[in-house]
Design a protein around this ligand. Structure first.
Ligand SMILES: [Zn+2]
Ligand SMILES: [Zn+2]
Ligand SMILES: [Zn+2]
Length: 301
């Protein structure tokens, strides 16, 4: 629901653009503090660099505080509560040795390194029997980030998570890919598109859940983001969108994630408002900036 007037209602304020632990002192992701994280599982750096020492450009480490912890084996369990996702590792990808807070601050080379890390860890996950990799970025305390230093998380899964499965079912419901049809319609209308580059679109999707929600997708219908060469330019487009959003609205907390399998894409949801009873209870998302308006702002930013 698009309700521009709601932005002016008394008490309507966005969550403070809080970026948590902004001070680099004590940041475990900064170069030189490799001992503060579990031992790395992957890193890009000069040949011959010993593991867990400075000199890296991208570094992957196991998540010290995984969301899916080991399941307690004791206590009452009935059949009702037994179903749980089979989760392999949960890893953190530290995007850069520099203490920067957003994808918007990463160089093109650093974003290439992030794509390479995601791809390499997706292969490792598959080789260990986890065909689905859920990659996500949380930026800012209102978006759930506990550490400010730019990073992403990789969750290794045995099967696609419910949101991805539901979306994929909806995509094929009419015999041809719905996202392909959406992208074709958007390209014809050119109202919600922010940028088209490298065979990829950056747009503000129709029925955005939040102001300035963005979608990055390859025009070609591809199932596997890790097979082709489009992931790095896609991440560059995400960073470009976040940079434009920041220049239009200031620093904004956000969540972003990669959706695959299905016609793969990246979604970026800025956390400009707090989700409340209407959103969580009814599934109605109230958006104060229509996607057509948002796309116009981002094109000019
Ligand atoms: Zn840092
Ligand atoms: Zn498609
Ligand atoms: Zn999606």
């Amino acid at each position: 629901m698009v309700a521009p007037a709601r932005a002016e209602r008394p008490g309507a304020s966005r969550p403070a653009p809080e970026f948590g632990d902004v001070d680099p002192a004590g940041c475990p992701f900064c170069e030189g503090r490799e001992a503060a994280t579990p031992p790395e599982t992957f890193a890009l750096g000069p040949p011959g660099r010993p593991a867990d020492t400075p000199g890296w450009s991208v570094r992957v480490v196991p998540n010290k505080f995984p969301a899916f912890g080991p399941w307690p084996e004791t206590g009452a369990r009935t059949g009702l509560f037994e179903r749980r996702p089979a989760v392999g590792r949960q890893e953190v990808v530290v995007h850069t040795p520099r203490h920067v807070l957003s994808l918007a601050d990463l160089t093109r080379r650093e974003l290439d390194g992030v794509a390479e890390a995601w791809r390499s860890r997706a292969q490792a996950a598959r080789a260990s029997g986890f065909p689905v990799l859920h990659a996500l970025v949380n930026e800012g305390a209102p978006a759930g980030a506990s550490l400010a230093h730019s990073h992403s998380q990789l969750v290794w899964l045995r099967e696609e998570p419910p949101a991805v499965a539901a979306e994929r079912r909806a995509q094929d419901s009419e015999g041809s890919c719905a996202l392909c049809r959406v992208l074709a319609a958007e390209r014809e209308q050119r109202v919600r598109i922010v940028l088209e580059r490298d065979g990829l679109l950056l747009l503000c999707p129709f029925a955005s859940r939040s102001s300035y929600e963005m979608l990055v997708a390859p025009l070609a219908c591809r199932d596997d983001p890790f097979a082709g060469e489009e992931l790095a330019p896609a991440l560059t487009l995400v960073a470009e969108g976040v940079r434009r959003l920041r220049s239009a609205e200031g620093a904004v907390a956000l969540n972003a994630w990669l959706h695959a399998p299905g016609h793969w894409h990246l979604e970026i949801v800025p956390r400009l408002t707090v989700l409340a009873g209407l959103e969580l209870g009814a599934g109605y998302y109230v958006n104060t900036v229509a996607p057509e308006v948002a796309a116009g702002v981002l094109r000019e930013a």
